[in-house]
Design a protein around this ligand. Structure first.
Ligand SMILES: Nc1ncnc2c1ncn2[C@@H]1O[C@H](COP(=O)(O)OP(=O)(O)OP(=O)(O)O)[C@@H](O)[C@H]1O
Ligand SMILES: [Mg+2]
Length: 316
């Protein structure tokens, strides 16, 4: 190992080295505050944008992966997909950069994810669930119209803004209908077992935005019933999605309004052709029964979802 390589290894192979690498790459623009999460692809850091005095989240590709052109390409693609989408329920990208092995992009920082708010065995009120689903269906309709399929919709990939509105993030395995490279990845079966549509698990080449509707159905099922449609180990869950019909929402939560339960049951059909034809149709179906005094639900959502929101700036 040459001196230069040794230096590079020690710089990037430890968490502290990784952080220093990012600090140097973004110096003068962002001040790194803390590690938020470390996933398969890289890490998310909380940071402070010094010029504009606002909190941001920075997603960094794992430095070791940054040396692989395919990984680097996929990471760039995530940033570009986000940059091509402007929707209040989709996280925007604020900036991006590549300095040696430091490949990153910045986004607005949100303190909580939907996963922080849904705990095993706990159920959310149907009106709250309906509003969350409407926002997410709108984000999906918008993305699908632009040829983007998310493919990893789940509670951990949904941030909540200060109003309690959902903000979809992590387009790391999203595919673009217009890209051959993207389509080639369909067969690889990326995703999270609990949320994966049968056609996604089977790697069917024609799988499209309707797999996101299935995942949205799983999320709704989870929020309303307190459990996933199929539970067990990853292997058992995968097999169940492919071979069994998802139980009706009403079988686990009898008090859910019938139209909401039926909307989710239709998202969760094993055969994609039996689901909603698109996210916009689902959104309209969910909206049809929302004749409530305006503001009531927003206040309820806020109370439930934003209860412990600390002041972001105070953390930095
Ligand atoms: N903009 C943000 N503000 C605050 N937290 C965020 C933000 N983006 C992501 N996070 C947090 O970081 C976690 C991981 O982010 P993301 O899913 O984009 O990364 P990933 O590398 O794909 O990780 P994983 O493999 O865990 O999915 C999220 O679940 C969330 O908790
Ligand atoms: Mg994620």
């Amino acid at each position: 190992m040459t001196m230069v390589m040794e230096l590079r290894e020690s710089f990037t192979s430890s968490p502290a080295g990784e952080r220093r690498l990012l600090e140097r790459a973004v110096a003068g623009r962002y001040r790194i505050a803390a590690l938020i999460s470390r996933g398969g692809m890289g890490a998310i850091y909380r940071a402070w944008e010094t010029g504009l005095e606002r909190p941001v989240a920075i997603k960094l590709l794992a430095p070791a992966r940054a040396r692989d052109p395919d990984e680097r390409g996929r990471f760039r693609r995530e940033a570009r997909i986000l940059a091509s989408l402007a929707h209040r329920n989709v996280i925007p990208v604020l900036g991006t950069g590549e300095t040696g092995d430091a490949v990153w992009f910045a986004m607005p920082y949100h303190t909580v994810t939907l996963a922080d708010r849904i705990r095993a065995g706990k159920r959310l009120p149907p009106d709250v669930v309906r509003d969350l689903l409407i926002g997410l269906a709108d984000a999906l309709a918008y993305s699908h119209e632009r040829g983007v399929t998310h493919r990893d919709l789940k509670a951990e990939n949904i941030l909540l803004d200060e109003e309690g509105h959902p903000v979809l993030c992590d387009f790391g395995v999203a595919i673009l209908a217009s890209s051959d490279h993207s389509r080639a990845e369909i067969v690889k079966g990326y995703g999270t077992p609990e949320y994966m549509a049968p056609e996604q698990l089977l790697g069917t080449p024609e799988c499209d935005g309707r797999q996101d509707l299935y995942a949205l159905g799983v999320l709704g099922f989870r929020m309303l019933t307190g459990r996933f449609p199929f539970e067990g180990n990853a292997e058992q869950i995968r097999a169940a999605h492919v071979t069994r019909d998802v139980p009706a929402v009403a079988a686990h939560a009898a008090d859910v309004p019938p139209d909401l339960a039926a909307a989710l049951d239709r998202c969760l059909m094993r055969n994609a052709q039996d689901r909603w034809s698109g996210a916009a149709t689902l959104r309209e179906a969910l909206r049809a029964r929302t004749a409530r005094p305006s503001g009531v639900v927003t206040r309820l959502v806020r109370r439930l979802l934003s209860r412990s929101l600390p002041q972001a700036a105070a953390l930095l």
